[in-house]
Design a protein around this ligand. Structure first.
Ligand SMILES: Cc1ncc(COP(=O)(O)O)c(C=O)c1O
Length: 378
């Protein structure tokens, strides 16, 4: 068959025909343990009954209406998401992808801080591929940014050096940070730096934005990194696990940001569509009713206890955003594990293997990984 797909993604040698729980099946019947969850998306694993039912019921009831038409399911999803966060957010704006959520957070930061021209982000941070989100993505400019210029001024500061916070000034509209960096190597920014960041943003009026597209929605074993570290941002963006595979994202806004929202300040066709909202409700329902945050905490601790074997020398990150530090290039470990029928990820750090498994992963599944790691001759 002729391949019409744009050749922009390196391909794993792993065609997938179907999936169930934490297992992927190739067309020729090979069974592969998924420790990567489709880039942190498949939070509930595959074939989750409640999620599938919610999607089907909503598709039958009404598959789409715009944001101009009030719908209970949209109101419920926003309320459920804020309640799940346990944080005093006032408003939610639903969109479709992580980059789009960050793009709108940038817009709202400039709305709160008119006249400011600069945004600050962290070294190794990753925020998406659209013009604004890519402008604050570390390293994008030299590699794949792709536009003639950035839409605003950007500065990157070191990820845990408090001295760098002096770069945040009255010119800074916003500071973007992933509380646990994903692409940056499952790297835990930590409470003390985030608290210092909060303090500096309060002093200067800069909006603190947590990009929890990858680390949010329970992946750390808490609803969000904001809960894990006890730091309240002005805005929080989330996506990936939010829909468990149905494309959707959300921007959560504090009271201060909400006051700056004006009619037509943001917009979207598909964002907040009823099927997206139904699956958001279903994802939160599953996380809560199946006690998945506790599972993430318990099983991620087990990974850290049992998987520092073979080529693995240590770990970093939080919960199921785990970085396994490797003695040899992580890419080699990833390839060797795939030959053992285990799918893992790499990251921006060549010595870190990234694990982003579904929240339903069990200790028995981790045993499969630890024994494979112990067998590797690298
Ligand atoms: C932290 C973070 N922010 C933003 C994005 C962009 O999300 P999307 O690909 O849905 O636009 C990603 C995607 O990997 C991410 O990891």
């Amino acid at each position: 068959m002729h391949d019409y797909l744009a050749p922009v993604f390196a391909q794993y040698p792993l065609p997938v025909a179907r999936a169930e729980g934490v297992w992927l099946y190739t067309p020729d019947g090979r069974r592969v343990l998924d420790m990567y969850g489709g880039h942190a998306v498949a939070a509930l694993g595959y074939g989750h009954k409640g999620w599938t039912q919610a999607l089907m019921q909503q598709a039958e009831a009404v598959n789409f209406q715009t944001n101009a038409v009030p719908m209970d399911v949209r109101l419920r999803a926003a309320q459920r998401l804020v309640k799940f966060s346990g944080l005093p957010f006032e408003r939610v704006f639903f969109i479709n992808s992580g980059a789009e959520a960050n793009e709108n957070a940038l817009k709202m930061a400039f709305a709160v801080n008119p006249g400011r021209s600069e945004v600050i982000a962290l070294d190794q941070g990753w925020h998406g591929r659209t013009p604004g989100a890519a402008a604050i993505t570390w390293g994008a400019m030299g590699k794949w940014y792709g536009y003639p210029r950035t839409p605003f001024d950007v500065q990157f500061i070191p990820r845990q050096d408090v001295a760098g916070l002096a770069h945040i000034t009255e010119k800074t509209a916003a500071v973007f940070v992933e509380p646990v960096q994903g692409v940056g190597g499952a790297f835990d920014i930590g409470a003390s730096f985030l608290q210092a960041l909060r303090k500096r943003c309060d002093e200067t009026g800069a909006m603190l934005v947590f990009d929890e597209v990858q680390c949010g929605m329970g992946r750390t074993g808490q609803p969000f990194g904001a809960n894990l570290y006890g730091v309240m941002p002005d805005m929080l963006t989330t996506a990936k696990a939010l829909g468990n595979g149905f494309p959707c994202s959300a921007l959560l806004m504090s009271a201060k940001v909400s006051q700056a929202i004006k009619l037509d300040a943001m917009g979207t066709t598909f964002g907040g569509g009823p099927m997206a909202c139904a699956v958001i409700e279903a994802v939160i329902e599953a996380i809560e009713s199946e006690d998945l945050l506790a599972n993430v905490r318990r099983v991620s601790a087990y990974i850290r206890e049992t998987c520092i074997v073979g080529p693995v020398t240590g770990h970093q990150g939080a919960g199921f955003l785990t970085g396994l530090k490797t003695r040899v290039p992580a890419k080699l470990v990833q390839q060797a594990l795939l030959a053992e029928n285990i799918l893992t990820g790499t990251s921006g750090d060549p010595q870190v293997l990234r694990l982003l498994p579904p929240f339903v992963l069990s200790e028995a599944d981790v045993d499969v990984l630890s024994s494979a790691l112990a067998r590797l001759k690298l």
